[in-house]
Design a protein around this ligand. Structure first.
Ligand SMILES: [Zn+2]
Length: 505
């Protein structure tokens, strides 16, 4: 074999600095944690796509590790040092290599390390030197930092939200790396961002919303000569760090000025769309009253502030409490993470009646438990398989799980928070959520994957939690003013611009 030697590694999760539970190695073990050669069996998602592209080109692949998990609070120091240390040590042992491909997220935070992806890219760069191409893929919710831009030949982000293109993004990243290693291009990258911090609710790349339009305009540039890659970032909202914001990142073949112009134009369009991107929410009681006035169901109550996919603990009972305030609540479905209640249900068995305190056990700052009588309808091992998205094909683990009834309201009580893609968690316990009157969905975007065709109405709820619809009422300490939504207008705003020109100096 004479193909180029490529080292490939992945550490992928998203972190929440408003709340959530710390991410440790158990979290990665529940989703995906593969060391060295174990990584080669991955055939889907961003790692699968990258491996296919590299193998197709005849590259000799050196797998480092693949670690990914559901978003949470910050990664613990021990966990981060273990993953970082393994990745770097395995790379050091593999040297010399012709290129390095890293499949990252871009909005992780570890205890004591604000920018793990920048930290890893910098450390990898130090190991391999300035001349060895290093390419990384990111989520479009990445908080792209100067350290990431300056240490990578290329950064390539997924271009869809809901995230359906992780596999092709892996391919795009691998392709850019292969072309660079072969000397067929000289990736010249510029990022431009503006201080707009808005939630995911209006960030869909489907349809004709502001973010979809900006994404389409940017990606069209990829069809033009000399533009190697276009990415648009809708920064992860629930960080508190300097230089947060959204914008564009372009890679041209050696044309620094053009990369910068395109990135600045995208950042400008992003700024102009800020009001359209900012979401509003309604009180749960108002949403439920309006939903009761609608014939049939399902009516979707989006409890976006408790989104495990954004790092929340999934343990809020705010929507549940509001539903139970109805005199006779209709058939409704609510997911709540509460390991103690789930385990109590397993011990008591199907049919048992229990008096429990449910909710706000993991991240208690957002509410008080609901003290309530429940009946155990069914118990489950909590395993399911994702049918799309970032973890397509991967087994998710809710841990010991129970479906409990409070009259016609059914609660899916799980031991672990899991990322919501479609309705895999409900299907795993034998429930079709389309048949309920009210369904509580704890994700600002992915409920579209299930309910767009069938929902009678959708209400975005204003409830306490670390992933709210807007951060307007949540002052940031480390992000410098001015920024939107804290500041509605910023006279003479110039985007922040970073480039990888230093690699060619
Ligand atoms: Zn994302």
């Amino acid at each position: 074999m004479t193909g180029p030697r490529v080292a490939i590694g992945s550490i992928l999760t998203e972190c929440n600095q408003f709340g959530g539970s710390p991410i440790d190695l158990d979290w990665f073990e529940r989703y995906e944690l593969r060391w060295g050669d174990e990584m080669l069996a991955i055939d889907a998602g961003v790692v699968g796509g990258a491996l296919q592209e590299l193998r197709g080109a005849g590259a000799r692949v050196t797998p480092l590790l693949a670690a990914s998990t559901c978003p949470g609070g910050c990664i613990t120091a021990d966990c981060y040092q273990r993953l970082r240390g393994e990745l770097l040590e395995r790379l050091r042992l593999a040297l010399p290599v012709h290129g390095v491909l890293l499949l990252l997220h871009g909005a992780a935070v570890a205890a004591g390390v604000d920018d793990p992806e920048g930290d890893i890219l910098q450390a990898v760069r130090q190991l391999v030197g300035a001349d060895v191409p290093v390419v990384a893929t990111l989520d479009l919710h990445a908080h792209v930092t100067q350290a990431m831009v300056e240490n990578a030949h290329g950064l390539v982000a997924w271009a869809t939200y809901p995230h359906r293109d992780t596999q092709t993004t892996g391919q795009r990243g691998a392709h850019l790396l292969l072309e660079t290693m072969a000397g067929r291009c000289r990736p010249t990258m510029a990022l431009a961002k503006v201080p707009v911090i808005v939630g995911g609710l209006h960030g869909s790349t489907d349809g004709d919303g502001a973010f979809a339009r900006i994404m389409r305009a940017a990606r069209q540039q990829e069809l033009r000569d000399g533009v190697l890659s276009a990415s648009v970032f809708l920064v992860h909202t629930f960080l508190d760090q300097p230089d947060l914001g959204g914008g564009g990142l372009f890679i041209t073949d050696g044309d620094a000025l053009r990369a910068r112009d395109l990135a600045e134009a995208t950042a400008g369009a992003y700024w102009d769309s800020r009001h359209e991107l900012e979401a509003t929410a309604v009180a749960p009681g108002d949403a439920i009253r309006a939903g009761m006035a609608i014939d049939g169901g399902p009516v979707i109550l989006v409890e976006t502030a408790d989104c495990a996919g954004g790092g929340a603990s999934g343990d809020s009972i705010a929507s549940l409490r509001a539903l139970l305030q109805l005199e006779t609540p209709p058939a409704s479905l609510v997911p709540v993470v509460d390991p103690a209640v789930a385990n109590a249900c397993h011990r008591a068995g199907v049919g048992a009646g229990l008096h429990v305190a449910m909710g706000h056990a993991m991240d208690p700052q957002w509410g008080t438990p609901l003290v309530v009588d429940i009946r155990v309808e069914s118990v489950h091992d909590g395993r399911f398989r994702y049918a799309g998205g970032i973890w397509d094909g991967v087994v998710g683990e809710m841990g010991p799980t129970a479906v409990v009834a409070m009259g016609a309201v059914l609660v899916l009580v799980t031991s672990h928070a899991t990322y919501d893609w479609a309705d895999e968690q409900w299907q795993a316990v034998g429930i079709d959520p389309r048949r309920a009157k009210f369904v509580v969905a704890k994700n600002p975007m992915n409920f579209h994957n299930v309910y767009d065709e069938v929902a009678k109405a959708v209400f975005i709820l204003d409830t306490p939690g670390p992933t709210p619809a807007t951060i307007a009422q949540h002052p940031l300490r480390h992000m410098q003013r001015p920024y939107f939504p804290a500041d509605d207008d910023i006279p003479d705003l110039k985007p922040t611009v970073w480039t990888n020109a230093g690699l060619y100096a």
